[in-house]
Design a protein around this ligand. Structure first.
Ligand code: IVH
Length: 619
C-alpha cells in the first residue's frame, strides 16, 4: 500500500479474493473439484450467479445497524480506513433498515463508477488540465482514497454489496447466498442486479453466455465477468478456503478479453477548449468487442512516452468496459525499424502558437486565448448541457454559424436574429441566398428562443460555460455560491478565492488570470449587456416544490444523471436520502430500479418517474 495518509484498519474477517475460470471447461473443472469434496449436495440449492463488479472492494462494519467503519480491501487482512469518504456515497446506508441484523457485521461490496459519471469526470479533468483516469476502477479507487471527503463527495461513486462476514458463529437468518443477497437488500443495501439462481452447471453456462452477449452491453457500469457461488451456506463453510486466500466455493467466470491487434497509423494532436493539446491515435480499422475502432484517445503525451508508442507500430487495442477503446501497448517483436518516434507538440496545430508545458508536465497546451481551434471547442462547451444549455445548437450548427461569420465568441451567440439564419428565397430559378444552410423559419425561431431562455441560467452555469482552466462544474458552483455575483467574483483576490474550501492555489490563480485578461473582461461585459444573468439564485429555496420532503433516487433515469437530479431536488427544497423507509416521502425510479423500488411498493411510498419529477418541478 506504500506511504499513506490513511489509517490502517484490520478486517475482523479477512477479505478473500477469487480464482478465475476463463471458459466453460475451466468452470466445469471447478465443479468437479467441488463435487469430489461434497458430492451431489451441491444440487440441493444449486449455484448463485452474480455480476462481478469492476470496482474497488470495501468492507463496511455496522455496529447495531449503524455504519461504524468503512475500509478498503488492502492486502485482504489489513486495509485503509476510508469511513469519512464512504459516508459521502449515497448508496452506502448510514443505518441498516429492518431489524434482524446481527449486532456486529462486515458488509462486503464494491465501490464503482458508472460509465457516464466516469466519462464526465474525465472530460472535466482533461478540460481543467488535470491527468485523467484510465478506467472506472482506477478512478473509483482514487476517489475513495481522497484526503478530503468533500473531494470524494464530488465524485459519482456508487456501491453494491454482495457478501458479509459475521465474526464468530452468529446464527444467520437465512441459509443460501441468494437469501443473503435478498436480506442485504431488505436492510437497504443495494445488491447486484441480474443475479440468478441456477439449478445445474448447464444453467450457469447459459447465464454466463447471456451475461457476455447481452446483459453486459446494457449495463451502465463495468463488470469483468460473473461470480459463481455455491448457494448453500453450510456447504460454503464445509468447502472452506484454499490456503486462506481464495474460497473453494466461489469462482470468477471471466470473459475472453476483447483485445485485437492493429496498426498505429498516426498520432494526431487535438486542441481542447482550454487549449490542452492531446494525442489521438489513428488506427487501421479493427473490430474489438463487436465494434469497429479507428481512433483511440491517449489522454496525454506522457502516456505515449510511457508506452513507447511509435507511429507504424503494431499495437494491442482493448475495449475497456464497452465504450472507451484503449491502447494497451506496442508489440515490439513486430517492429521493422521503419517506425517513427512521437514527439510532444511544440506548437499548437490550429494556430501555430508555441505550446506551454503545464506544472504537472502531463499536458502541454496552447496559451492563445483567441486560437481558432480552441474557439469551436470552447463554444461547444459554452452551449452544452453543463453550460448554458442551449438546445438545438449542435457542434455542426456551431461550425456553420462560425463559417457564416455570425459567431466568433460566446457573446456573438446572443446577437443572432432569426432573420440572419433563414436563407432568403431566390427569384425563380435562382439559388436561395444568405442565412445558414438547413435553417427554416421554424427552426430559426426555435433556436433564437433557446438562446433567449439561456440568459436566465444561474451564474454557476455561466462560470462553467466560460471554460476557465482548472474550473469544472463543481468548482463553478462553489465560486458562484460563495461570491454570489460576477461583480463580486471580479473583485476577489487570489487569496479570497483560495480561501474557499476545495479551491487550490492553481485554480485560484487561473481564475484571477482569466478575469484579468482584457479579452475576457470585454466578453463578460458584452454578455451582461446582452442580458445574460450574472448572479446566483439563493440555493435550496425553502418554499420550493419539494420543501421538507425526503426523496430517494433509484435506478437509471432516462436523461438526468444522479448529481443533476439531486441538484434539482435540493434546489426545490427537498432532501435526497439513500434508503427507503417509512419516513421517505417520494421515490424517483428509473430503469433497473431494484430493491429500493420493491421496498417503496411494500411500504406504500409514492413512486414517480423522471417525467413526473420534471413536471412537479415545473420544467
Ligand atoms: S465474492 C469470498 N462477489 O472481485 C468471496 N466478489 O477478483 C469474495 N467482486 O475481491 C468475493 N463482484 O472485490 C464477490 N459479486 C461479487 C463480486 C466480487 C466483484 C470483486 C471483489 C473480489 C474480486 C476478486
Amino acid at each position: 500500500m506504500g506511504e499513506s495518509h490513511l489509517a490502517k484498519h484490520t478486517h475482523l474477517v479477512p477479505m478473500a479474493s477469487l480464482d478465475n475460470a476463463f471458459d466453460e471447461a475451466e468452470l466445469a473443472e471447478w465443479d468437479v473439484r467441488l463435487r469430489k469434496l461434497v458430492g451431489d449436495a451441491v444440487d440441493r440449492d444449486g449455484y448463485c450467479c452474480e455480476l462481478k463488479i469492476d470496482g474497488a472492494a470495501v468492507s463496511l462494519t455496522y455496529r447495531d445497524g449503524v455504519l461504524a467503519i468503512g475500509a478498503t480491501r488492502g492486502n485482504g487482512s489489513v486495509g485503509e480506513d476510508v469511513t469519512a469518504n464512504l459516508r459521502t456515497i449515497a448508496d452506502v446506508p448510514r443505518k441498516l433498515s429492518g431489524g434482524n441484523w446481527p449486532p456486529l457485521i462486515e458488509i462486503r461490496g464494491e465501490v464503482y463508477m458508472e460509465f457516464d459519471g466516469f466519462e464526465r469526470m474525465n472530460a472535466e479533468r482533461a478540460a481543467a488540465g488535470e491527468p485523467v483516469f484510465a478506467n472506472p476502477r482506477n478512478s473509483a479507487a482514487g476517489a475513495l482514497r481522497q484526503k478530503d471527503p468533500r473531494e470524494t463527495a464530488r465524485k459519482p461513486l456508487r456501491f453494491l454489496g454482495y457478501a458479509f462476514a459475521v465474526p464468530g458463529s452468529g446464527a444467520l437468518p437465512f441459509s443460501t447466498q441468494w437469501e443473503l443477497l435478498e436480506t442485504l437488500a431488505s436492510w437497504g443495501v443495494p445488491t447486484p442486479p441480474h443475479r440468478r439462481q441456477c439449478a445445474t452447471l448447464e444453467d450457469v453456462h447459459a447465464w454466463a453466455r447471456e451475461l457476455e452477449s447481452t446483459i453486459r452491453a446494457d449495463l451502465p457500469f463495468a463488470i469483468d465477468g460473473g461470480v459463481v457461488k455455491v448457494n448453500r451456506l453450510t456447504l460454503q463453510t464445509e468447502l472452506g478456503m484454499i490456503g486462506g486466500r481464495v474460497p473453494r466455493w466461489a469462482i470468477a467466470r471471466k470473459f475472453a478479453p476483447d483485445i485485437a491487434e492493429t496498426q498505429l497509423l498516426d498520432i494526431e494532436v487535438q486542441v481542447g477548449r482550454t487549449g490542452a493539446l492531446t494525442p489521438r491515435a489513428v488506427l487501421a480499422p479493427v473490430e474489438v468487442g463487436g465494434a469497429t475502432i479507428t481512433y483511440a484517445t491517449l489522454h496525454n503525451f506522457e502516456l505515449v512516452a510511457e508506452k513507447d508508442l511509435r507511429i507504424g507500430d503494431t499495437v494491442q487495442v482493448k475495449r475497456a468496459g464497452e465504450v472507451i477503446p484503449q491502447i494497451l501497448g506496442p508489440v515490439p517483436e513486430r517492429r521493422t525499424g521503419a517506425e517513427r518516434a512521437v514527439s510532444v507538440p511544440t506548437h499548437c496545430p490550429a494556430c501555430g502558437t508555441a505550446a506551454v508545458r503545464d506544472e504537472a508536465e502531463v499536458a502541454s497546451y496552447c496559451p492563445n486565448l483567441e486560437c481558432p481551434g480552441r474557439r469551436l471547442e470552447a463554444l461547444a462547451h459554452f452551449v452544452s448541457r453543463a453550460g448554458m444549455d442551449i438546445r438545438g445548437l449542435s457542434y455542426q450548427r456551431l461550425e456553420q454559424l462560425i463559417g457564416a461569420g455570425l459567431v466568433q465568441d460566446a457573446a456573438d451567440i446572443y446577437a443572432i436574429s432569426a432573420a440572419q439564419l433563414v436563407p432568403t428565397k431566390g427569384a425563380k430559378g435562382e439559388e436561395p441566398s444568405g442565412g445558414v444552410p438547413g435553417f427554416q423559419a421554424k427552426s430559426a425561431t426555435a433556436l433564437v428562443e433557446a438562446i433567449e431562455a439561456s440568459k436566465q441560467q444561474p451564474l454557476s452555469r455561466l462560470i462553467n460555460a466560460l471554460g476557465i482552466r482548472h474550473v469544472g462544474a463543481e468548482s463553478a458552483k462553489l465560486l458562484a455560491r460563495s461570491f454570489g455575483s460576477m461583480e463580486a467574483l471580479q473583485r476577489a483576490t487570489v487569496a479570497d478565492i483560495e480561501a474557499l474550501h476545495g479551491v487550490g492555489h492553481t485554480m485560484a490563480e487561473s481564475v484571477r488570470e482569466w478575469l484579468d485578461a482584457p479579452a475576457m473582461q470585454s466578453l463578460v461585459q458584452r454578455l451582461a449587456a446582452a442580458g445574460v444573468r450574472m448572479d446566483e439564485p439563493r440555493a435550496a429555496s425553502a418554499d420550493g416544490a419539494f420543501k421538507g420532503l425526503k426523496i430517494v433516487l433509484t435506478g437509471t433515469l432516462p436523461t438526468l444523471s444522479r448529481p443533476e437530479a439531486t441538484e434539482l431536488i435540493e434546489n426545490a427544497g427537498g432532501k435526497v436520502t439513500s434508503s427507503v423507509s417509512k419516513a421517505t416521502d417520494l421515490v424517483v425510479a428509473g430503469e433497473e430500479a431494484g430493491s429500493k423500488l420493491e421496498k417503496a411498493n411494500e411500504l406504500g411510498v409514492t413512486v414517480i418517474d423522471e417525467a413526473e419529477l420534471l413536471r412537479r418541478l415545473g420544467r
